[in-house]
Design a protein around this ligand. Structure first.
Ligand code: NDP
Length: 298
């Protein structure tokens, strides 16, 4: 039987709508809009597209968007001065520095400088530490969005075997922490894992965050597994086309014959990332005002 296609796009639209409603309530209560500042250094085309769509989504969710575009030769000092300025600005609730930064800049030092109360990307040592300790805090958007899709699909994750492929700070590690918090039994696999196919075969939940086109095959999967495909990879263009197709880290068509449910690429995890960024900005805004945020009911 073909797997259920997990519609991240529809879920993300519902999340954005709820965040937008709560954001309107926030500005009624406080007399100001929740604000997200996005910092882009350089002219990387993919980053420019992300920053533009984040700005549009922020405004559509009744929040204020502040875009800071700096030239590729910006110094570490200038960038850190901007972060300091945003940390001190009461109109800014969330700060996102679009990564990767140009090579001459020290990414970790810039991220470390962000006030943890405004760390909507969840990448500062404070946010990362709070997640490891199981304390409330701002959590990276892509793994949190993936967890929301999993809970929507499966309900309680207690006792389920989960395999996360990838151990990056941005996706793999926080994903594993979130699954552990949800009482799954978690294995983290990576490039040195022996017999990956065998490891994946045990899993009720597979989260692939590798960056290798269609690496996870149908025969690796347990019958009925729930598969979250975080990967975004562009295939080489077909003859006559100027761009190749976008695919995930999972061979979607064949995996759909074995999995119980699976996210497509595009239209799965991708749309959740921006929706959760808006959610995190609103959470930060309520916290920064010392107010309780009305529950989201997704
Ligand atoms: P990274 O490159 O930082 O991490 C990739 C991870 O995959 C590493 O831990 C690496 O292992 C592991 N890996 C590489 N090759 C293999 C292999 N052959 N077998 C097993 N594991 C392997 O990537 P990110 O975590 O930042 O991103 C992963 C993917 O998710 C990318 O395609 C990215 O574009 C996508 N992405 C999508 C987002 C969205 O919104 N949907 C947001 C963020 C990322 P090791 O540590 O040993 O090197």
């Amino acid at each position: 039987m073909a797997a259920i296609r997990i519609d991240g796009k529809a879920f993300a639209a519902r999340l954005r709508e709820q965040v937008g409603e709560r954001a309107a309530q926030f500005s009624d209560a406080t007399g100001r809009k929740a604000g997200l500042a996005v910092v882009l250094v350089g002219e990387d085309p993919a980053s420019q597209v992300y920053v533009r769509s984040k700005g549009k989504a922020t405004v559509a969710a009744n929040m204020a968007s502040f875009e800071h575009r700096l030239s590729a030769d910006t110094s570490q000092q200038e960038l850190e001065a901007l972060v300091d300025q945003l940390n001190a600005d009461p109109a800014v609730d969330g700060i996102l520095v679009q990564l990767p930064l140009p090579d001459h800049l020290d990414e970790q030092a810039v991220v470390d400088r962000i006030n943890p109360a405004k760390d909507v990307d969840g990448l500062t040592p404070v946010s990362t530490g709070r997640l490891a300790l199981g304390l409330n805090g701002l959590v990276p958007c892509t793994p949190l969005g993936s967890l929301m899709l999993l809970k929507d699909q499966l309900g309680d994750l207690s006792g389920l075997d989960a395999v996360v492929i990838g151990r990056s700070i941005l996706v793999g590690k926080p994903m594993a922490q979130l699954l552990l918090d949800a009482n799954a039994t978690v294995t983290i696999a990576h490039s040195r894992t022996r017999d990956l196919a065998e490891v994946v075969k045990r899993a009720d939940i597979v989260v692939a965050a590798v960056g290798r086109a269609e690496m996870v095959k149908a025969e690796w999967l347990k019958e009925g597994a729930t598969v979250i495909d975080v990967g975004i990879n562009r295939l080489p263009p077909e003859p006559g086309a100027d761009k190749g197709r976008l695919v995930g880290d999972v061979a979607y068509d064949e995996a759909s014959e074995v999995a119980g449910a699976i996210t497509p690429v595009p239209g799965g995890v991708g749309p959740m990332t921006i929706a959760v960024l808006l959610r995190n900005t609103l959470v930060a805004a309520y916290q920064n005002e010392g107010l309780d945020m009305p529950e989201l009911t997704l």
